[in-house]
Design a protein around this ligand. Structure first.
Ligand code: BG6
Length: 510
């Protein structure tokens, strides 16, 4: 997160070029960067996958997605951008395909004057990561590993790799993948992406907490009752049933282990000594390490799984998860997961963090709710009659409608002491008159600039897996006969409300 600088020239190689993520997110994000003048002066993008496209075929396909998903599509700009977009048919799991791939990269770097810097992006099925990484190593595409002993370190070409999620499906597979990467790349060249960290409000959490003096003193167990982190989606699995229903799928793995524990780490971290990647990542890692690992006996009390059945939203009928294509009709996969996390630190002792995520829910919402404690003595409400005033609440909306909302109590103008709870709103789009950039644009720019701040360190991923694994193990060993247990288009299973209710708390569903 250094000051904005234009990255130096490079070739970007995207493995998994015909996949959905590449077409819907990566290419539109790169195009957006180009339109904003943030791509390197010289660059080439090379899509690699097995399908036999020509450059022209690939550009045509990419264009239709850019029209749909880029922030602002402009035909002229697209054409100059697309002149740097190429395609190479190869199977990256086969070492014999790497000679021609290397020649193609060399040819493009000459054609576009990019020099030898390489950004490799793995946007493919996770079982292809390991053979692809091994082949990249075996084909000697990575020379940066020897950078530490180079006499001219500043002028050496770099090779970086961006790895998409899922990063493993349990602690062992994640550690294994880290070792596979580590045999080929140095840690400083490995960019484990989590697009939630590229979201504007998540980054703004750092500014909010550490750029202001007024919040940090109350950001602890003395003032905060609990914290909620929600990521709810109205869509179901959208044709990804086959992947989602595989042993590595489900909401706990897909959203909580990855995105939401990262958001939690940013909310809960101690102030870093600087904004450098290592300093911020060390603080996040410390939070994750402090998470209490649930015992088998605790799991049913602190975690809830759900699966949507048929339902409706806005008058439209929605199919149940088990009726989705590619899904086992007896599936036990969690399309909803909620979990209570305690951090064993001085700052957060006794403050529960509740994280939840679900598909086919009533509303698309990603938000953080900081629920403060009630005043120690109620002057204005009468607690004995159950009329205590609602305590302060800070809501940070990550999406949609990025913004911050603070709830407090105010006197209603007029005679007598009538109190009303009011809200103070800060709306990003309205205030800055600008839409936040796409998370992928932010993150791709950082990878080209060599900034790992918003990427995950090896340890963070492994520790996050250890936090959720006892829950996943318990769920595997104890099938839930009541699934599906929430209707599509609702706020999830009632057990989740019960979990909150046991402690006198409620989910914030707005
Ligand atoms: C992805 C998950 O990482 O995040 C998807 O694999 C999910 O299942 C998506 O739909 C949600 O991202 P966003 O940015 O729309 O909240």
């Amino acid at each position: 997160m250094a000051a904005l600088e234009i990255p130096c020239p490079c070739v970007i190689v995207i493995f998994g070029a015909s996949g959905d993520l590449t077409r819907r997110k990566l290419l539109p994000a790169l195009y957006d960067l180009y339109v904003s003048g943030l791509m390197p002066e010289h660059f080439a993008i090379l899509g690699v996958s097995r399908s036999p496209f020509t450059d022209e075929d690939y550009r045509d396909k990419a264009q239709s997605f850019a029209k749909e998903f880029a922030t602002d599509f402009d035909q002229k700009k697209w054409e100059t951008f697309a002149a740097c977009l190429h395609y190479h048919a190869a199977d990256s799991t086969k070492i014999e395909h790497f000679d021609s791939l290397k020649s193609r990269i060399a040819e493009l770097s000459q054609l576009h004057h990019t020099g030898e810097n390489l950004l490799l992006y793995l946007s493919m099925a996770p079982q292809l990561y390991e053979p692809t990484i091994n082949n990249i190593g075996q084909a000697a595409m990575v020379t940066e590993g020897r950078a530490w002993c180079s006499l001219d370190r500043k002028n050496r070409p770099w090779q970086r790799i961006v790895v998409e999620k899922p990063f493993g499906h349990d602690p062992e597979s994640a550690a294994h993948l880290n070792r596979v990467l580590g045999r080929v790349f140095e840690e400083s060249s490995i960019y484990r992406i989590d697009h939630y960290l590229g979201k504007e409000t998540v980054q703004n959490m750092l500014v909010f907490r550490f750029g202001n003096t007024i919040f940090e003193p109350i950001w602890n167990r003395n003032y905060i009752d609990h914290i909620q982190i929600t990521a709810s989606e109205t869509v179901g699995v959208q044709g990804r049933g086959g992947y989602y229903d595989s042993p590595g799928g489900g909401a706990m793995r897909d959203m909580i282990q990855s995105h939401l524990l990262q958001v939690l780490a940013v909310i809960a971290m101690e102030p870093p000594v600087s904004l450098k990647a290592d300093d911020i990542r060390a603080m996040k890692n410390q939070v994750l390490r402090a998470a209490r690992i649930p015992t088998e006996l605790e799991v049913p009390k602190i975690a809830v799984r759900g699966q949507y059945g048929p339902g409706q939203l806005d008058g439209k009928a929605l199919v149940g998860y088990r009726q989705e294509q590619g899904v086992n009709p007896q599936s036990q996969t969690d399309t909803y997961a909620a979990m209570q996390v305690f951090l064993d630190t001085w700052r957060w002792h006794g403050v529960p963090f509740y994280v939840r995520s679900g598909k086919a829910m009533a509303k698309k919402l990603t938000q953080i709710v900081i629920q403060f404690k009630a005043t120690p003595h109620s002057l204005f409400g009468d607690e004995r009659k159950g009329k205590a005033l609602p305590p302060n609440r800070l809501v940070m909306n990550i999406q949609p409608d990025e913004g911050i909302n603070l709830r407090f109590d105010a006197k209603v103008p007029g005679m007598g002491m009538k109190i009303k709870t009011v809200e103070m709103n800060f709306d990003y789009a309205e205030h800055f008159k600008a839409q936040p950039p796409q998370a992928y644009s932010t993150l791709l720019l950082d990878a080209m600039r060599g900034d790992q701040t918003l990427y995950k360190h090896r340890d963070e991923i492994e520790v996050a897996w250890h936090i959720v694994q006892p829950v996943l193990d318990y769920w595997d060993a104890n099938p839930e006969p009541e699934l599906p247990n929430y209707a599509a288009g609702t706020w999830g299973p009632s057990d989740s409300d019960v979990m909150m209710g046991r402690e006198g708390r409620k989910w914030h569903n707005a």
